[in-house]
Design a protein around this ligand. Sequence first.
Ligand SMILES: [Zn+2]
Length: 298
Amino acid sequence: MNRISGLPRMLAVAIIGALSITALAQSNPYDKFRNREYSNKGYLSEADELKLAEQVHQELLKQFRLVEDRSLNNYINSLGQRIARRSQRPNLPWRFYVVDDKSINAFATLGGRVYVHTGLLAATRSEAQLASVLGHEIGHIVGRHGLENVKRSQKYGTLAGIATVAGAILGGQTGAGIGELAGNMIAGGYLMKHSRDAEREADFLGLYNLRDAGYNTGGMVEMFEILQRVSQSSPNALGSILASHPPASERAANTRREISEHLRGSDQRGERDSSEFERVKPSAPASSKPPRKVRPRN
Ligand SMILES: [Zn+2]
């Protein structure tokens, strides 16, 4: 009897052992991003990227409501600037906006424009957690992920007119046509739909942004744990953009691994919170305030 039950047990032990060795042998998924150099080479020039970013912003203003709370806007901007100045694009005119939307979401477009939903602010429990989200979005802009999407749309013709947008911008035109095309780019979701590898790269860059800005890197792990809990308990609360990222469990595991292999101790030191976060945070959820519509200025 023992010999019969012993065999499957031995097999199981052997299989589990082999699986563990395979897992150990797997390279760190962030290795491919290490020591990468970033530039606008092969994409729109930085000046044109900034022009397109403004057009895209004007289009977004037609679709979203921005929160006009001076203290909240000042807070998000100073927090974002603090992290962005330590990124690999420190000199961009970085702008951070709060979108009046209860879904848990954040996104970056181009040229230093980052948008955070009130729902995400409400879900965070510390400044380090919020900083990790901003670090990730800054990572998308450093990694030229939006520019890559513009380029890919041109190459594969997924959006007729992208080439026209780029051409018109390069030609110095700023007519309504470009705005319309920028709107199509947003409506089609082309600009912010990144590959999973681009998302991993933004996580990688964001983690280092967080550390370099003086934050406890554990904040990023905690943020992914929050997202993991929300995705299990109320997946509809996650905005479409965050929902399309790699699973939060994978993102948390990648972050933990990077900290233990390359940033040991960075989750034991650094800032976690601030009195400013505590002061501004309760006023963040838009649900408790009457919505204020921001109309486009054109
Ligand atoms: Zn992302």
